[in-house]
Ligand binder design. Structure first.
Ligand code: ZN
Length: 363
């Protein structure tokens, strides 16, 4: 994907392209913005442009993109470029040995061209030791090395990290931009495009998927109905709800194959194709649940941020009133755990039951 194709991120990508054109690429960037809006995609697109051997550079138009054809681009596209690496948390944390490995790798010479890029997802998951381990690398990486840290929130990062990075902010795309994307590039009827854009929370990737796979909107209905009942749920509900969520994943799997998500850290290649389908789609179901609890958090904190599920304001307000703040944090944590284990071949039903138990009765 080219940087110019990232919907709603014109401002940050223009800044990155300018620095590529001027040859003034920073040692370290920190991409910050809400989950699901395309920060990692942007980091990968930027990284591909960095390592491309024959970039499409047109200074008069402010364009600098990967060519898409050179050896570097082919390796990048296959997710296989030794000079473009993505590092994700192992478990809940980015562990110190991951950062030691990174530090070591950075100190070695480049495989292909002069430039290398290392993307650290969920940078807030670095422990203090992990962060300290790469401070020096962030400050003075070897020539040609760029580190791109990606995070949802600056407040969870050490000031010593923040001060060493150029901060690049990503904001949710405007509903109008998403609507236009759906209508113009995906030929979605205007009224439907407007509805999907309105509930997308500015996440272009989600909107495209919802347009291409209408079953996701049905699943969203079912799931929101289920989640609205959580505050009154008893323990018996745990197993029924886990079963129902698995059914939703099966329904999505039956409705069609999703694109693999950009952030998928480990492929579930050991599993059968049907199992893999259910697993990938369970992740999509849990993504809808995450948006629900994220909205509860916004309401609970009386935040100015817009809701993602704008069409569900009344139900969300009712649920927010009956859900204590720590339970919302607990739920978000349980969801990210479940998604982590699902991506690593955990038993689907078991992962969902453990998650529902935390959602219903707490940790
Ligand atoms: Zn190229």
């Amino acid at each position: 994907m080219r940087m110019e194709e990232l919907v709603g991120h014109r401002r940050p990508t223009a800044l990155l392209q300018r620095s590529l054109l001027n040859g003034r690429v920073s040692n370290a960037y920190l991409f910050v913005g809400e989950e699901g809006i395309g920060k990692t995609l942007a980091a990968i697109a930027f990284g591909r442009a960095l390592v491309c051997e024959n970039p499409d550079a047109r200074p008069e138009h402010g364009i600098y993109e990967a060519c898409g054809h050179c050896r570097s681009c082919l390796l990048s596209a296959a997710g296989n470029h030794p000079d473009l690496r993505v590092i994700a948390p192992e478990g809940e944390r980015i562990r110190i040995d991951q950062m030691r490995d990174l530090r070591h790798e950075v100190s070695l010479t480049a495989f292909g061209g002069a430039r290398r890029a290392y993307i650290i997802q969920h940078a807030e998951a670095m422990t203090e030791e992990s962060a300290n381990c790469i401070l020096k690398t962030l400050e003075e990486p070897p020539p040609g090395v760029t580190l791109i840290l990606v995070t949802e929130s600056l407040s969870q990062l050490l000031p010593t990290i923040l001060s060493r990075c150029q901060i690049v902010r990503f904001r949710p795309a405007a509903p109008g931009a998403i609507e236009a994307l759906l209508v113009e590039r995906h030929h979605v009827p205007a009224a439907h495009a407007r509805f999907i854009a309105s509930i997308s929370g500015g996440r272009a990737g989600w909107a495209v998927r919802a347009a291409q796979q209408p079953a996701i909107l049905d699943v969203r209905e079912r799931l929101m109905h289920l989640l609205a009942r959580l505050p009154e749920a008893d323990p018996v509900f745990v197993f029924r709800a886990a079963e129902e969520i698995r059914d939703m994943a099966v329904a999505l799997a039956d409705a069609g194959t999703p694109e693999p998500s950009a952030g998928e850290a480990v492929s579930a290649s050991g599993a059968s194709s049907e199992d893999r389908q259910i697993r990938a789609n369970a992740d999509a179901v849990l993504d809808i649940a995450r948006a629900w609890f994220r909205d509860l958090l916004v309401l609970k904190m009386a935040s100015e941020m817009p809701l993602i599920n704008v069409d569900r304001r009344a139900e969300l307000e009712a649920a927010a009133e009956r859900t204590p703040l720590p339970r919302i944090h607990e739920a978000l944590d349980a969801l990210s755990h479940a998604r982590y284990y699902l991506a690593r071949n955990a038993n689907v039903s078991l992962a969902l039951e453990v998650m529902m138990a935390r959602l219903v009765v707490g940790g």
